[in-house]
Design a protein around this ligand. Sequence first.
Ligand code: THG
Length: 293
Amino acid sequence: MVVCVAENINIMSKTIGAAIKERQAKPIQDMARDITRAGADYLDLNIGPARKGGDETMDWLVKTVREVTDLPLSLDTSNPAAIEAGLKANSGVSLINSISLQPERLEALLPMAVKYNADMIGLLWSQEGMPRDANERAAHCVDIVYKANEAGIPTEKIWIDPIATPISMDINQVLAGLEFMSMLLEIAPGAKSIVGLSNISNGTPHDLRHYINRCYLIMLMKYGIYSAIVDGYDEELLTIAKGGMVEIVNLVHGMMDGNEPASKDLSPKELEYYKTARVLMGKTLYSHSWLTV
Ligand code: THG
């Protein structure tokens, strides 16, 4: 079972963005109810950089969502004051999204995680920017767990995020994320993990994005991924996360073990996952038409 953090309440969305700016509760509450019913485990509340008035915005958003759901909340903004406003306003469980290795983030946010007894996402992003490979991710991971422990946060409350990037940009980063996941248990025993699945399919034609997200989730599950940031409206993805579609999961995991299925024997659904897994494993070059070739 993979813990599903729904990404849908975010300021980049046209309807939700406008509703947040105009303090219209209804579209947000309707969505929060829908996603709760669909089986999400957490709601990510993403208000972006929120430089001006972010604290008021997060306070309002948390209270608005709280009226219709008891789900734990992931507070997603780069404004630390807005994170704290969310932690104060939330009567339930909070996850800080996120704390990177940038000194000012560590300094501002680690004490908040302790004070409000919140879990934290440890984002493997440093002063030098994006990690280049699995080894750099491993080094950052050790660093952030050490610093968080030192501040009084137990490893069990740290959700490590290796940072997923679009497959249309660089397959090697996708592979590095997977390789890192295969190492995490040894690097940081007891730490949790989280990956933003939709990051991978950013830049992929809209109606095809779900194929990539679902297949990448299955691949991460091979290494025991703890949670994923997901589209809460993607039923098939939630089914996979909750332990369903076992045959498809076994097919993809078998491919990762080097078992090449006879593609002429595959059903259309299996073929869809087979082709997508080949792209995500770096065996077929990504192109927008990967499903039809
Ligand atoms: N790790 C962590 N936090 C994260 C991410 C991560 N927060 C932000 C992001 N990545 C996860 N959230 C989203 C939210 C929306 C989309 C992708 C990731 C998205 N939206 C559609 C689009 O832009 O085309 C549609 C927007 C809409 O209309 O709703 O792709 O990796 N820790």
